[in-house]
Design a protein around this ligand. Structure first.
Ligand SMILES: Nc1ncnc2c1ncn2[C@@H]1O[C@H](COP(=O)(O)OP(=O)(O)OP(=O)(O)O)[C@@H](O)[C@H]1O
Ligand SMILES: [Mg+2]
Length: 300
């Protein structure tokens, strides 16, 4: 087990940010931490990274307690904090060199060069950090989190504010990193979560409301089968098995909701349309996605 948290509870004054959060992350997993604003994602990540010591419950990274050995923990953990705080007056390589000395690395020059190459900073490596665009600053943040080759990475909204091209590149980088390391990252972009991880943990008001593989969660919230059909002429009533609701949409389209059952409603829809001498232009099933899961579990 790379990460194990048990009954994390944290209050800021009277406000409870985390309320009994427990989960485990296995070695080599990429787990997406999701939740609406204020759900407790950053608080969880700060605790797991050893940057917040006042909390109730337990958190272990690679078997080390974050409370008892926060320094030892940081040797094998990389952390990209939310908003990516950097020393803006420093030069990219100077800063990464400085981070390397904090970790007491040997061959720092070579390690800085290698992480500059890995994170795609070659073109910008001689600039001052304040001169970099947001995407490149984000790469510097990732580089500082990776320079000591940690086995566990905690990334708090690593792709926020990036342009579509940068997004693709940073996602690819996270995917590559994930083949050899344990990663927890938070994000508000559902496509990204779908593309990067197979398991998600959803927090809402400081509590875990889901912790499972994405396809299982999507399947669980599907209480009905939703089929969209488009016809060249209208049909006023649909007489079909297990049909719970029919709705007429624009452009000769219909939304048909079926009770879940073994029989596939699409076969019957096809036959019914033919019997009514109408032509079927389109038929597809609308499946729930991770966005639907998120909304269902976190909308108050
Ligand atoms: N330093 C603090 N002082 C007081 N309240 C805080 C502090 N940090 C966080 N909180 C509160 O704790 C709750 C959880 O905050 P947290 O930053 O963990 O949420 P989040 O899930 O990361 O949200 P976001 O998606 O907006 O980043 C929020 O209600 C927030 O206002
Ligand atoms: Mg946050």
């Amino acid at each position: 087990m790379s990460i194990s948290v048990q009954m994390l509870t944290k209050s800021y004054g009277v406000q409870k940010a985390l309320d009994g959060v427990s989960f485990d992350v296995n070695k080599g997993e990429i787990v997406g931490l999701l939740g609406p604003n204020g759900a407790g994602k950053t608080t969880t990540m700060k605790i797991v990274s050893g940057f917040m010591q006042q909390f109730d419950g337990e958190a272990f990274v690679n078997g080390l307690s974050v409370r008892e050995d926060p320094l030892g923990l940081k040797r094998s953990l990389g952390y990209l904090p939310e908003h990516n705080p950097l020393y803006l007056d420093m030069y990219v390589k100077e800063y990464l060199h400085f981070v390397g000395t904090i970790y007491k690395l040997t061959d720092i020059g070579q390690k800085v060069q290698s992480i500059v190459d890995r994170t795609g900073l070659q073109k910008e490596q001689h600039k001052q950090i304040k001169a970099l665009s947001k995407g490149y600053r984000q790469r510097v943040g990732l580089a500082q989190a990776l320079i000591h080759d940690p086995s566990v990475l905690i990334l708090d909204e690593p792709t926020s504010g990036l342009d579509p091209n940068q997004l693709v590149e940073i996602r690819q980088l996270i995917r590559d990193i994930g083949t050899e390391k344990t990663v927890i990252f938070s994000s508000h972009i559902m496509q990204e979560v779908q593309a990067l991880c197979d398991r998600v943990i959803i927090l809402n008001s400081g509590k875990i409301v889901a912790d499972d593989k994405i396809d299982i969660l999507e399947h669980q919230i599907n209480s009905v089968r939703e089929i969209i059909v488009q016809l060249d002429q209208p049909i006023s009533t649909w007489k079909l098995h297990n049909l719970k609701k029919q709705e007429s949409l624009s452009g000769g389209r219909y939304r048909l909701l079926f009770k879940k059952a073994n029989r596939d409603p699409r076969v019957e829809i096809f036959d019914y349309v033919v019997q009514n001498n109408v032509r079927l232009l389109e038929m597809h099933e609308r499946k729930s996605n991770i966005e639907d899961v998120f909304q269902k579990l976190t909308r108050s």
